[in-house]
Design a protein around this ligand. Structure first.
Ligand code: AP5
Ligand code: ZN
Length: 214
């Protein structure tokens, strides 16, 4: 099963990716998590990406396409994968097509900008695994600690309100056109397109996804 999770920053892609990974046994490919890991490891890619990400801008298509191509070629992706945060520009979607990477389902999470700004203020993440929490809506069992490892949770550097607003503006300008792009793909019979109300509670969103994906 090959799935694309499409939606604004904070729409819940990472949260539902955790659910879908365990339900369908396919890996999550989060370009954001991969870039954050590269920054932490101090690689060349990380050095190039850090400033761009902290400013809420998009990393170049060329870098991202290379990164995803390499990841998809790995063995654990043979039975399928969940793309979280990729593609997010038309050239990235075109590159997938040119490389013959078909997808079964595109899932769009619909959430209004103001809801997102509030969510990001309460987000906490576990850098090692990419697990995502919210201080009110999805709290960890122990405050400030990851449920599975007990390690500290952190605030993402790009979750400051001004940066979130910048990311939302870039989403509307560069990523939102992919809604039409994949709806056209679905109309041509190339994939399934699902729009999910992402403002429902986390569990309800998961249940709706499970129902619709089968
Ligand atoms: P990335 O890490 O992909 O960030 P993003 O797309 O901005 O999305 P987020 O991770 O912020 O949100 P999410 O949808 O995963 O929401 P989450 O589940 O965490 O990218 C970061 C940066 O990397 C980019 O800005 C760019 O610079 C670069 N980059 C990455 N990919 C790129 C690409 N392809 N091309 C170019 N550059 C790229 O949820 C958010 C919060 O809400 C959490 O606290 C969560 O607990 C809570 N929550 C989730 N669901 C619900 C719910 N239903 N109800 C209440 N709260 C909820
Ligand atoms: Zn995410």
């Amino acid at each position: 099963m090959r799935i694309i999770l499409l939606g604004a920053p904070g729409a819940g892609k990472g949260t539902q990716a955790q659910f879908l990974m365990s339900k369908y046994g396919i890996p999550q490919i989060s370009t954001g998590d991969m870039l954050r890991a590269a920054i932490k490891a101090g690689t060349e890619l990380g050095k190039k990406a850090k400033e761009v990400m902290d400013a809420g801008q998009l990393v170049s298509d060329e870098l991202i396409i290379g990164l995803v191509k390499e990841r998809i070629a790995q063995d654990d992706c043979k039975a399928g994968f969940l793309l979280d945060g990729f593609p997010r520009t038309i050239p990235q979607a075109d590159a997938m097509k040119e490389n013959g990477v078909d997808v079964d389902s595109v899932i769009e999470f619909d959430v209004a900008d103001e809801v997102i700004v509030e969510r990001m203020a309460g987000r906490r993440v576990h850098p090692g695994s990419g697990r995502v929490y919210h201080v009110i809506y999805n709290p960890p069992k122990t405050e400030g600690k990851d449920d599975e490892t007990g390690e500290d949770l952190v605030v993402r550097p790009d979750d400051e309100e001004a940066t979130v607003r910048k990311r939302l503006a870039i989403y509307h300008e560069q990523t939102k056109p992919l809604v039409d792009y994949y709806q056209a793909e679905a109309n041509a019979g190339n994939c399934k397109y699902l729009t999910i109300d992402g403002t429902q509670p986390v569990e309800l969103v998961s249940n709706t996804l499970a129902e619709q994906l089968g």
